[in-house]
Design a binder for this molecule. Structure first.
Ligand code: SAM
Length: 184
C-alpha cells in the first residue's frame, strides 16, 4: 500500500437473510477480500455456506482473510464503540460524501466497515464514528464496499496480500492464464 491506511480492516455485514441474500452476501465477502479487507463478519441469519465459500476462496487464492459469524451484532457493536479502539464506518446513502470523509479516517487504529442489507437499525448511525455515502442514491452494498475500499486503500500488491496462493491468475490480454500449484 502506497499510503497510510488503518492497520486492520474488517467488514460487518448486517441483516443477512439465508434465502434472499445468499449470492449478494457471498459477493460482499469476496469483494471485501479482493479489495484488501482483512476480515468479514456475518450477522443476521446463521449461514455456514457463506463462510465456507469465503474460506474456500482464501484457501485457493491465498492470503489470510478471516471470516466469522456474529450472533449479537448490536451488542458487539456497542462494545466496539465503547472501547474506542476501532473506528466504526457505516456505509449508507444518507451519509457524508466518501471523497471528503476518507482522509479524516484515523490510520493508527483498526477500522470496521458496516454495511446493511435490509433496514439498518437507527442506533448504527449513532454508534458509527463516520456515516459515509458513496453518492446519495440507493444502490448496492457490494458496489458501495468496493468503491469505499478502493478509495481508502488504493492499489496494493496482490502478490504479498494473497501470499501462499495455490491458484494465481496471470493477467493476460488473450484469455485465461492460471497457475495452479495443485495440478501435477
Ligand atoms: N436505504 C439504504 C441505505 O441506508 O443506504 C439502502 C439499502 S441497500 C439495499 C443495502 C446497503 O447498501 C446499505 O445498508 C448500505 O450499506 C449500502 N448502500 C446502498 N447505497 C449506498 C450508498 N449510496 N452509499 C453507501 N452505501 C450504500
Amino acid at each position: 500500500m502506497s499510503h497510510e491506511v488503518p492497520p486492520r480492516l474488517s467488514v460487518l455485514r448486517l441483516g443477512h437473510r439465508r434465502d434472499r441474500d445468499k449470492r449478494i452476501t457471498s459477493h460482499l465477502g469476496l469483494t471485501a477480500r479482493a479489495f484488501g479487507a482483512d476480515e468479514v463478519i456475518l450477522a443476521g441469519e446463521r449461514d455456514p455456506s457463506a463462510l465456507e465459500t469465503w474460506d474456500s476462496v482464501t484457501g485457493r487464492f491465498g492470503g489470510e482473510f478471516m471470516s466469522r459469524f456474529e450472533e449479537s451484532p448490536m451488542s458487539w457493536l456497542r462494545k466496539v464503540s465503547k472501547s474506542g479502539e476501532v473506528t466504526i464506518v457505516h456505509l449508507t446513502m444518507y451519509g457524508r460524501p466518501w471523497r471528503e470523509s476518507i482522509p479524516s479516517i484515523p490510520t493508527d487504529k483498526p477500522a470496521l466497515v458496516v454495511v446493511g442489507g435490509t433496514k439498518v437499525p437507527a442506533e448504527v448511525y449513532h454508534l458509527a464514528d463516520y456515516n459515509i455515502s458513496i453518492g446519495n442514491q440507493p444502490h448496492s452494498e457490494v458496489a458501495a464496499l468496493a468503491i469505499f475500499l478502493d478509495s481508502l486503500i488504493g492499489p496494493f500488491d496482490e502478490g504479498s496480500k494473497f501470499s501462499g496462493a495455490k491458484m494465481k491468475v496471470i493477467p493476460s490480454a488473450e484469455g485465461k492464464v492460471v497457475v495452479n500449484d495443485d495440478e501435477e
